[in-house]
Ligand binder design. Structure first.
Ligand SMILES: [Fe+2]
Length: 472
């Protein structure tokens, strides 16, 4: 097992490479830009961030045209990063790092709230704006060509929320962007917010009062409904104010509560079903669709929330095994509100799941792409393609390398769900390099790879934008 830990070391270099060395042949139709996000600086001065989710966001752009790959990387110039660099210490609280541990400090911060804008989780396009996202409601706009930061997006509304998912959905039929958000207080609320195309005003699609909010990283969407998976990892909102702990450490695992799926109707915000299920935890909804009198909801889950603990940096950098992947489960949610049974879709492990966005979204579908585990206990060391109808799994593995989230790119004009390529940034620690891997999706074989002049730290999510991000 080569050392995946190289992926948790900081990368300070910001480079522009007009043409990466390419082996193999890129499809001639592959034109567009893969924008990826992830942490790239894991400490400031002599202070270290605690968790993989806490490091300073860096954007990476792979621009593909005429068989060439242009590459650029740049830190997001968030206030969180700029203040920390200026002061030589961590200033703002992150997911699992809180520099302000005294109760006095916490109370003061309520009067002068400074939620982090360290947008390290995902990227998205909100109308014509390219934004970096994290779990605070502060999307950071950037230039897709230069990756220069333009500042936090100012929504033209007065909706107040404390957290927001980094996994919005875009309704294929309307182009509307739907997000899950939460506000903490008395009462706390889950909110589903919608932004129509061309607008900068969020509208409340649904809202639910909640006594003990659950930590939910993503949510599900069908044509008519949104689905919240209320895992039994919950917080007393007062603890966020008073306990002086980093954000996620205020949440408690209470398996006796079980999981509750909340099915909310988009048209009027009504909760049409509340479906209990066994206790579980998950980060990533994969897809959901309506079938007769039920909603089918596919999610990568774990038996409990200890995966969050497994992703602290001291654990990841230790010799302990790193089970950084879960299992794909299918939940069937009866619309009359009965309990939701789940079935294991594959014995193969998976995380960072992706589908053919738009084509498969909210529809019965076949293919899920993700990172997986080739060697038990190793960090993500293979790519998987699961057929959820047949249970067939294809895997890609190269000894000593560590692939990141695979992003599916459809072939223009293709009608089959699996017709296209998959793009993944793969870490090769012994070569001190990463490379962009291009796999043919159907045959699951390598088409090409383009080598980056440095090792890219493990990131989270990215998107491919086929429309030109600049005039060429
Ligand atoms: Fe995520």
């Amino acid at each position: 097992m080569t050392d995946y830990r190289r992926g948790f070391e900081s990368l300070q270099h910001e480079v522009y490479e007009p043409a990466l060395p390419v082996e193999g042949d890129l499809p001639d139709w592959l034109t567009g830009t893969l924008l990826r996000n992830g942490p790239a600086q894991f400490g400031v001065g002599d202070q270290a961030y605690n968790h993989w989710f806490d490091g300073h966001a860096m954007l990476h752009a792979f621009r593909m045209v005429d068989g060439t790959v242009e590459y650029r990387n740049r830190f997001v110039a968030s206030k969180s990063r700029q203040e920390a660099l200026r002061q030589g210490e961590i200033v703002r609280s992150e997911f699992a790092t809180d520099p302000c541990m005294s109760i006095f400090g916490r109370v003061m911060s309520m009067f002068d709230p400074q939620p982090t804008d360290n947008a390290s989780i995902n990227v998205a396009r909100l109308d014509d704006a390219y934004v970096a996202l994290t779990e605070t409601p502060l999307p950071v706009r950037f230039d897709p060509e230069t990756l220069e930061t333009a500042g936090v997006v100012a929504f033209e509304d007065d909706i107040d929320v404390d957290t927001s998912t980094a996994h919005p959905h875009v309704e294929p039929e309307t182009g509307r962007t739907l997000s899950y958000a939460a506000s903490f207080g008395r009462p706390s609320e889950y909110k589903i917010l919608g932004v129509p195309p061309g607008e900068a005003t969020r509208k409340v699609v649904a809202r639910l009062n909640v006594d003990r909010p659950s930590y939910m990283h993503s949510f599900g969407m069908t044509e008519r409904y949104v689905i919240l998976s209320e895992w039994p990892l919950v917080v007393n909102p007062l603890d966020l104010l008073l306990r002086g702990k980093p954000f996620i450490e205020n949440f408690e695992w209470q398996p006796e509560r079980g999981t509750r799926f909340r099915v909310l109707r988009k048209s009027d915000g009504a909760e049409v079903a509340t479906c209990p299920a066994d206790p579980a935890f998950g980060f990533h909804h994969v897809n959901a669709f309506e079938r007769g009198d039920e909603v089918v909801c596919d999610i990568v889950t774990y038996p409990d929330a200890s995966i969050i603990d497994d992703l602290y940096l001291d654990r990841l950098r230790s010799d302990a095994p790193t089970p950084g992947t879960g299992y794909l489960h299918r939940y069937r949610l009866p619309l009359d509100g009965g309990s939701a049974p789940s079935t294991l879709q594959s014995e193969e492990r998976i995380e960072l799941p992706r589908i053919h966005d738009g084509h498969a979204t909210s529809q019965p579908y076949r293919f899920v792409y993700g990172v997986g585990t080739h060697t038990p206990g190793n960090f993500t060391d293979q790519l998987v393609r699961m057929n959820v109808e047949t249970g067939t799994v294809q895997t890609w593995h190269q000894d000593g390398t560590y692939p990141g989230e695979p992003v599916f790119v459809p072939r223009p004009g293709g009608t089959d769900e699996g017709d296209g390529v998959v793009l993944s940034v793969v870490l090769h620690p012994t070569e001190e390099r990463s490379f962009l891997l291009v796999l043919d999706a159907d045959s699951w074989t390598e088409r090409a790879r383009a080598t980056v002049p440095h090792a890219v730290p493990f990131g989270f999510h990215g998107q491919f934008f086929g429309a030109p991000t600049r005039d060429s």
